[in-house]
Design a protein around this ligand. Structure first.
Ligand SMILES: Cc1cc2nc3c(=O)[nH]c(=O)nc-3n(C[C@H](O)[C@H](O)[C@H](O)COP(=O)(O)O)c2cc1C
Length: 363
């Protein structure tokens, strides 16, 4: 973990600033608006009976909401990670750091990651690195190092082929990806979470990975932060015309979050741990994702946005999310998270058409 690559610093801050300036470049929707949960006018519970605690990676957490991978590696990232980890500690929710690739070459950036564990000594903290880095590695000692840097409870490996293709023209070598992941899984002592970055996961991919022994997935579907447009914007500023236009063309590529949860659930049933993210913005969205089968919901851009405003704004946002989830539980007579999947629901078109054409098996 030494050497220096100044362009990574720049890229990290550009991701933050471009997403903030453009509201995450969100285009299209998650299709969560097509999930209608059925209202109960006289629910058989008192509001005080609602219980939102659950477990993740053997630790008890206060709610099924977590801070998904955002950043690390720069002064700006340090400040953001400090406020996010304070929130994670106060509210006892998991937090993932952003890509730790920068730690492999820039040893001056380590504090911006370490601060997350320092602030949050006992909570769930997740590491993060891209599949492209894993494929390039001859051995995995550096993964041990980035895990121990933050005493991570698990490591997220991001799968981001579309982002890579818009970022670098045609430079994608993923053929050995699953083989390398299997080797890494055999080597590591902490669990691997496979995650997308906003284009979702199909049932075919999930089945392939599940059959190879992976059982933690974060679908990170379409409809939230749009990395295709963030990279397209960066390409435009650098006059990389092919990358810029290709990003515009593929701006709507991906599986909407609601459809992606159903794709995953259809294969996994209750045999694996399913995380939803990508465009989750309210406690109602959280409840809908849980009703479709997710165990945990991640939000990235909204936490970034409010962390940039103030610690109070960040805390208010989290409290609002949780309150909205509790309202949903009250209005459906649901005391515990495990019952949310049983809330009667209707899937509107085109989500219902997706379910039919894709032969998704739902309980
Ligand atoms: C500024 C920014 C930086 C991100 N960096 C990473 C990253 O380093 N690694 C990763 O796996 N995902 C990264 N993501 C993706 C998020 O973890 C998440 O999958 C995606 O943004 C969709 O969630 P959202 O709509 O709530 O933002 C980043 C997101 C944002 C907004």
């Amino acid at each position: 973990m030494n050497g220096l690559d100044p362009t990574i610093h720049q890229r990290k801050d550009e991701h933050i600033l471009i997403s903030l300036e453009n509201n995450g470049y969100t285009t299209g929707t998650t299709w969560l608006d097509l999930v209608k949960l059925i209202h109960d006018p006289l629910p058989l519970l008192d509001f005080s009976e609602i219980y939102t605690s659950t477990y993740f990676l053997k630790k008890k957490i206060s709610s099924p909401i977590f801070i998904d991978a955002l950043t690390g590696g720069t002064d700006l990232a340090y400040k953001i990670n400090l406020s996010l980890s304070k929130l994670a500690e106060r509210k006892n929710i998991p937090i993932a750091v952003g890509s730790q690739r920068i730690c492999l070459t820039n040893s001056d950036c380590l504090e911006s990651f370490k601060i997350v564990r320092k602030t949050n000594p006992t909570g769930v903290v997740l590491g993060n690195i891209g599949i492209s880095q894993i494929i390039e590695m001859k051995s995995f000692e550096n993964i041990d190092k980035i895990i121990s840097l933050i005493d991570a409870d698990g490591i997220c490996i991001h799968l981001n082929p579309l982002q890579e293709l818009i970022q670098k023209k045609g430079n994608l070598h993923l053929k050995q990806g699953i083989e390398k992941l299997i080797q890494l899984q055999d080597y590591l002592k902490v669990p691997i979470i496979l995650k997308e970055v906003g284009a979702g996961m199909s049932k075919e991919f999930i089945l392939r990975a599940f059959n190879q022994g992976f059982n933690l997935f974060n679908v990170s579907g379409f409809g939230g932060t749009n990395f295709t447009l963030i990279e397209s914007d960066r390409a435009k500023k650098k006059h990389e015309i092919i990358n810029y236009y290709s990003g515009q063309t593929f701006a709507h590529w991906g599986i909407p979050t609601a459809a992606s949860i159903l794709e995953a659930k259809s294969v996994l049933q209750d045999k694996a741990y399913l995380i939803a993210s990508g465009g989750i913005r309210t406690g109602l969205d959280v409840g809908k994702c849980l009703s479709l089968g997710a165990n945990l919901c991640g939000l990235a851009f909204p936490f970034l946005k409010y962390a940039q405003q103030s610690e109070n704004a960040l805390e208010d946002f989290f409290d609002k999310l949780l309150y909205e989830l509790q309202i949903l539980m009250a209005l459906s007579g649901t005391k515990e998270l495990s019952q949310i999947q049983n809330i009667p629901k209707v899937l509107l078109p085109p989500l219902d058409i997706w379910v039919k054409q894709r032969n998704l098996f739902l309980k």
